[in-house]
Structures are given as C-alpha cells and as structure tokens.
Design a protein around this ligand. Sequence first.
Ligand SMILES: [Zn+2]
Ligand SMILES: [Zn+2]
Length: 147
Amino acid sequence: MSAEKPRPLEGGCLCGGVRYRITGPRRHVVCCHCENCRRTHGHYAAYTALRREHLEMLADSTLSWYHDVSPDTRRGFCRRCGASLFWDAGDGRGKISVSAGSLDDSGELETVGHIFVSEAGCYYRIDDDLPCHEHGSGGAFESDAGC
Ligand SMILES: [Zn+2]
Ligand SMILES: [Zn+2]
C-alpha cells in the first residue's frame, strides 16, 4: 500500500452552512442500519471514518450536536437544512464518522459492508454481497491508518 497522503476530499450540508475538508486517510464506507441512524438519516447511514485531526472545518456556523446515546456520543447536523453529517462515538479513540452522501466527490471511497443489520428496516433488503454484521463490526473494516 502506498504511504502517499490521499488527496483531500471536501463536503458539506445542503445549505452550505457546514463545510469540511478531509485531509488524511479515511476508511471505506460502511452502512449502519441501527435504529438511531435510520431515524436521523431517514434511511440507513453510509459513513466513512477518519482521525479527528484530519477533519478540518471550513464553515460551521449552523453545526449543532445531538447526544443520542450518552453524553459523550454525539451526532453533528445542520440546524438550518437538517443534514446529518457526523457521528462521534466519544470513546476517546480519536475517530469521527462522516456521512458519505455529504461529500462533493467521494474520491476512492467505496462501500465495503453493513453493520447493525439486526436493526435494519423491514421495508428494504440488503441484497449486495458485502459482509454484514449483526451489531458492530468490531473493527473489521478499520483501515491500516487506524480509521
Ligand atoms: Zn445546512
Ligand atoms: Zn448507526
């Protein structure tokens, strides 16, 4: 694997109040079917993940955080247009998940699997051949860069 720094990727919410740049390595996209993701995304969530120091905020005037599980776990969203953008486990591992759908250009990223399929909605089927995990993946999708 190349140790070359990947090119930056930028993204943001629908209204432009939140804009960000990913400046370092990022994990391929994992779809989370948990009930909390479904409720806030309106469907299942598709997230890349990266080291928090590689997420540079370019605009955050409308960014708000919602704590859905514990005081440490938080979901970043735009309070103006409603976009769901970030998920922060708050577990001290220094990683943050970013909604793949909010990227301007998803670069080299591709979907690699599904988690929390035990909580998937009844109205759709997961019919690709990618690995599925009943609950979390236990780090199975983590990249060499630790994200
Ligand atoms: Zn917005
Ligand atoms: Zn989830």
